[in-house]
Design a protein around this ligand. Structure first.
Ligand SMILES: CCCCC/C=C\C/C=C\C/C=C\C/C=C\C/C=C\CC/C=C/C(=O)SCCNC(=O)CCNC(=O)[C@H](O)C(C)(C)COP(=O)(O)OP(=O)(O)OC[C@H]1O[C@@H](n2cnc3c(N)ncnc32)[C@H](O)[C@@H]1OP(=O)(O)O
Ligand SMILES: Cc1cc2nc3c(=O)[nH]c(=O)nc-3n(C[C@H](O)[C@H](O)[C@H](O)COP(=O)(O)OP(=O)(O)OC[C@H]3O[C@@H](n4cnc5c(N)ncnc54)[C@H](O)[C@@H]3O)c2cc1C
Length: 639
């Protein structure tokens, strides 16, 4: 079959209104319209071509990224795009660049930690891109006194950085503070006196994150003007006197709360992209299972394929909704901070840290699983999956190593439990800890597989598991005379308790989403199926936790798995429509296997001939190396 829509028969099977689901996925009609318009704008502009990335040398790749970034900025100005539209445009250009750090961290750091005066001075320059900034926190070695190492945009492009360094006045160390530092001349881009700066070198994968100039930075007797210390949290007077505002010191780390929140939203984009590719290809691919000479089985109909693919599809939706909620939480905490209410900052920190950890780990693993789900073709760059994996996998490390972040969550949980004794009622995502006595002894009320479809049953099982794991950690910790020693010794269990808590958050936010009014024929039902797949898949995967804490019985674990299989069958006819609802253009997907029309094989065949290696029939190097070898063997054979 040539041309046409090879997936049309699949699209006809959908039992829900795909257009309505697109609005739910986007978050609102307005968000959908912006996203749809900007994605098409980028896809239709040849200047944003990206299929040649894996073939380019580092220098060509980097120059190409600079060209695209400059062109994108020109279009943003010409079209008078709003901030929302401009950020969508950068998203659909789909190439990591110094601009991510400028807009994503440098500007937010000044907004969050600069005084009004500092904001008035620096933000207009940054908004007009008259200065370009990065975020320099991480060090090559340890302590805030060696060389900065890793900051994106630092290596070759940034003119300024927010640098985190120890503040010492009158011989007293006041800990880490943020400073705006000019790095390069605004005239000829050369480093300012005392500053050594450069790129840290090639990173994992061809193309991929190598479009970014992650950098190294050293200072030698560099003077930073006093008014370039970010002074919202603490100040140094002209006389060198240090003082602190009436705000928690933790606000110095506020930019991380913001960025981790965006990383959660981004996880749903990266995972949904991989899942879209794997789902479409699984419907196109037929392999074995032919009966009476009929067509072979579509691999999407194999239960094993479904049990690997559909939980990822459900996870993409789950991460989307928890990301939406996290954005709300961040907005809420920001408004409270402005009114000097700091009470929800620890929870916002724990939620952003924990959810960043969980969603990036699941997404990185999920992209790799999608590659395997596509068989051999998944390993071709033209599948889009190798590059997506290489770009995505550092998300498990940047903005805080995922294990380190889970330990932060564990500290928060242990603290929450310890405060119960003093009568402090937990709120928000830890409110369930208030019912700890009930959760420690409740029994799961599942007698038949369908009982697992009740939201209250699922929630109670997840709450009980999380509470019991945290309480067990707290009890074990209390046996240590030195709490830090105990924390280190039990860190493995603490990480598992933190994971259980964060999974509960994701499940509960999906369930809350379903309690909203969701218009569109069959949309809510499909989301209900996905929500149950997500929850029961987690329960099945972590059944060891649920069983060992006595939250469910072996029979109930068996019933959960039985229900899960039934849910896969319900999701099957809707699978293609559920990935169509992401509304990704072929340009954004960047994958032959995932193309909308499913016309995979002719496109793969054509693409192969475009590889530079096929420019000539006899490759470069043949005459030099292979021909003499063949000749030699021919001679030996004749002897
Ligand atoms: C195929 C092509 C695809 C192309 C794709 C294209 C484009 C993608 C484009 C965009 C992607 C979109 C979104 C992503 C956006 C940006 C990402 C882009 C690039 C990545 C940039 C990366 C930047 C970085 O990595 S910056 C460096 C970040 N570093 C870390 O996170 C270090 C981790 N460590 C910590 O967080 C530590 O806690 C600390 C901050 C170093 C402090 O340590 P310490 O002093 O030991 O104190 P603690 O004991 O940990 O904590 C003390 C006290 O403070 C509380 N605390 C800690 N952190 C925070 C916080 N952030 N907020 C509030 N409170 C905090 C802690 O709980 C404790 O409190 P307590 O005393 O009450 O217990
Ligand atoms: C692509 C990329 C982009 C980046 N961009 C930036 C940027 O723009 N700006 C910036 O400042 N930084 C940036 N970083 C740096 C990033 O934030 C750090 O790499 C990250 O915070 C992890 O720190 P680390 O590299 O020192 O790892 P380490 O802390 O050395 O971790 C090594 C191992 O030790 C374990 N470990 C560490 N501490 C503990 C602990 N307390 N308990 C138990 N286990 C522990 C970790 O789990 C990990 O397995 C970037 C990194 C990457 C990969």
């Amino acid at each position: 079959m040539e041309g046409g829509d090879h997936l049309a028969h699949e699209r006809k099977k959908a039992q829900f209104d795909v257009e309505a689901m697109k609005i739910v996925w986007a978050g609102s009609r307005h968000a959908f319209e912006v996203s749809d318009r900007i994605s098409k704008l980028v896809a239709s502009d040849p200047a944003f071509r990206k299929d040649n990335r894996p073939m380019l040398s580092r220098k060509e790749l980097f120059k190409n990224t600079l060209r695209k970034a400059a062109y994108a900025w020109k279009r943003i100005i010409e079209l008078r795009l709003s901030e929302e539209e401009a950020s969508k445009l950068r998203f659909y250009v789909d190439e990591p660049a110094f601009t991510d750090l400028h807009w994503g961290m440098f500007l937010p750091a000044i907004k969050g930690q600069g005084t009004e005066e500092q904001q008035q001075k620096w933000l207009p320059l940054a908004y007009k891109m008259q200065i370009i900034g990065c975020y320099a926190q991480t060090e090559l070695g340890h302590g805030s006194n060696s060389s900065k190492w890793w900051p994106g945009g630092l290596g070759k492009i940034s003119t300024h950085a927010v640098v985190y360094a120890r503040l010492i006045t009158d011989g007293q160390d006041h800990g880490v503070h943020g400073f705006i530092v000019q790095l390069r001349s605004l005239d000829d881009h050369s480093p300012l006196p005392g500053i050594t700066v450069g790129d840290i070198g090639m990173k994992f994968g061809n193309g991929a994150y190598n479009t970014m100039d992650n950098g190294v930075l050293r200072f030698d007797h560099v003077r930073i003007p006093r008014d370039q210390m970010l002074m919202k949290v603490s100040q140094v007077s002209r006389e060198g006197k240090y003082s602190q505002s009436n705000v928690p010191r933790q606000l110095v780390y506020g930019t991380m709360v913001f960025v981790r929140q965006t990383i959660v939203a981004d996880a749903s984009c990266a995972l949904s992209r991989a899942v879209c590719i794997a789902t479409r290809y699984s419907a196109v691919r037929r392999q074995f299972g032919s009966q009476n000479g009929g067509p072979e089985t579509q691999v999407i109909d194999y239960k094993t394929q479904q049990s690997r693919l559909f939980p990822l599809l459900a996870s993409a939706y789950a991460f989307r909704f928890v990301g939406e909620w996290l954005k709300w939480l961040y907005t809420d905490v920001t408004q409270r901070l402005q009114a000097n209410d700091f009470s929800t900052l620890p929870e916002a920190h724990a939620c952003t840290a924990g959810l960043k950890s969980l969603t990036t780990a699941a997404t990185a693993d999920g992209i790799e699983e999608c590659r395997k789900l596509c068989g051999g073709h998944g390993y071709l760059c033209s599948s889009g999956l190798p590059e997506l994996f290489a770009v995505y996998v550092p998300a498990c490390t940047y903005e805080g190593d995922n294990t380190v972040l889970l330990l932060q969550v564990a500290r928060f949980l242990v603290k929450t439990l310890s405060q119960l004794g003093s009568g402090k009622q937990p709120v928000g995502t830890t409110a369930y800890m208030g019912q700890v006595e009930h959760l420690m002894q409740c029994h799961c009320n599942v007698q038949k597989a369908e009982d697992w479809l009740k939201p209250a049953v699922i929630l109670e099982a997840f709450e009980a598991r999380s509470a019991r794991m945290s309480v067990a950690c707290a009890k074990n910790l209390s046996k240590f005379t030195n709490p830090e020693e105990g924390f280190a010794e039990l860190s493995g269990d603490l990480v598992e308790a933190a994971i259980a808590h964060c999974q509960l958050i994701i499940v509960s936010k999906f369930i809350e989403k379903l309690q909203q009014d969701i218009p569109g024929k069959g949309v809510k039902q499909q989301l209900g199926v996905l929500c149950n797949i997500y929850a029961l898949f987690l329960l099945h995967k972590h059944q060891g936790d649920f069983l060992s804490t006595g939250c469910i019985t072996p029979k109930q674990a068996y019933l959960a798995n039985e229900q899960l299989r039934a849910l896969y069958s319900q999701a099957r006819p809707n699978a293609i429509a559920l990935v169509d609802a992401f509304n990704y253009t072929d340009h954004y997907l960047g994958s032959i296997l995932g193309c909308y029309d499913g016309n995979v094989y002719p496109k793969l065949y054509e693409a192969a001939w475009k590889d530079p290696l096929n420019d000539s029939v006899v490759p470069d190097g043949y005459r030099e190396y292979i021909w003499p070898m063949l000749k030699q063997q021919l001679r030996t054979a004749r002897l």
